[in-house]
Design a protein around this ligand. Structure first.
Ligand SMILES: O=P(O)(O)O[C@@H]1C[C@H](O)[C@@H](CO)O1
Length: 291
């Protein structure tokens, strides 16, 4: 390790080697579970799971609704690794730490990253419990210079100046929409733009109005850093937001959002998200490797 906040290739490799030595699974797909969405990992068959605290170099989860377990297993015949709990900038982690697992996954052989999150809706067309296929994102901390790709570029992972247009894979988005239709989910699955803010506070009314005007349909406190790092190292990316609350945009509105409410809605609707992800994974065009 270089300095407190800098992570070198060797650090990612050490963690990847430890995992490769402790599981026979060789995942091609990684899934990051958002707040209250960890149940997704329960669907994996032939599981090997590890507490984050037992994995050398891994950061620790501190947020309620993020169990802090890495689960390897088979989902509809596809070997996956699933993070039951992610890391957020507001927990005090550097963005290198927040995205550490993504580069480890790359070294394990992962080719596709599926990100999920809980988010508040800014667009009036969304209801609580809806699922948003992420078409694109606005990364507010990133625009302000807080980027996990800051610092010396590791050319082993990707280029200094990675493009980000089309970062959420078009074919996977189309496939997800087709699957949603065939599952009868079309009424509550829509595509939209996710906006990342730093948190941990929820938005003021003026901020919510601003983000909506900027073109964001939903807002949350994660996802963009992991997506940047995954795309930088050549992974395909697909993302889903579960809409857990309406973001207050009117001064007459007295409703207040809180994390317990977010967890309640995500728990209630996570089954739909799980089914959508499971079907998508089952239709991914990948062959499993063996150890
Ligand atoms: O990890 P995600 O983005 O799903 O978590 C959301 C954003 C905050 O961490 C928390 C707020 O309730 O849920």
């Amino acid at each position: 390790m270089h300095s407190k906040d800098q992570i070198c290739h060797e650090d990612y490799q050490k963690t990847a080697d430890w995992l490769l030595a402790h599981t026979q699974h060789r995942p091609k797909v990684a899934i990051i579970c958002g707040s209250g969405l960890g149940m997704l990992a329960e669907a994996l068959k032939s599981q090997n799971s590890f507490q984050y605290s037992d994995i050398p170099g891994f950061p620790q989860s501190t947020v309620q609704g993020h169990a802090g377990r890495l689960v390897f297993g088979e989902l509809k015949g596809k070997i996956c690794v699933c993070m039951q709990g992610r890391f957020h900038m507001y927990e005090g982690h550097s963005l290198c730490k927040v995205t550490f697992p993504v580069r480890v996954f790359k070294l394990l052989g992962v080719e596709t990253l599926i990100v999920t999150n809980a988010a508040g809706s800014l667009a009036d067309s969304f209801c609580n419990g809806d699922i948003m296929i992420i078409r694109d994102h606005i990364n507010i901390p990133g625009l302000a210079g807080l980027n996990p790709l800051n610092g010396p570029n590791d050319d082993n992972f990707g280029p200094r100046f990675p493009p980000m247009s089309g970062v959420y894979d078009k074919d996977l988005r189309r496939l997800a929409k087709d699957i949603a239709k065939s599952l009868g989910y079309s009424q509550f699955v829509q595509e939209g733009v996710y906006c990342m803010v730093g948190g941990p506070n929820f938005e003021t009314i003026a901020e919510a109005r601003l983000l909506h005007k900027l073109g964001a349909d939903a807002v949350g406190m994660s996802t963009a850093p992991e997506v940047l790092v995954a795309s930088h190292c050549g992974m395909k990316v697909f993302g889903l937001s579960l809409i857990t609350n309406k973001v207050v945009k009117a001064y007459e509105d007295t409703e207040q959002v809180n994390h317990e409410g977010v967890l309640g809605v995500s728990k209630m609707r996570s089954e739909y998200l799980q089914t959508l992800v499971t079907e998508l994974v089952s239709q991914l065009d990948i062959n499993n490797n063996t150890a």
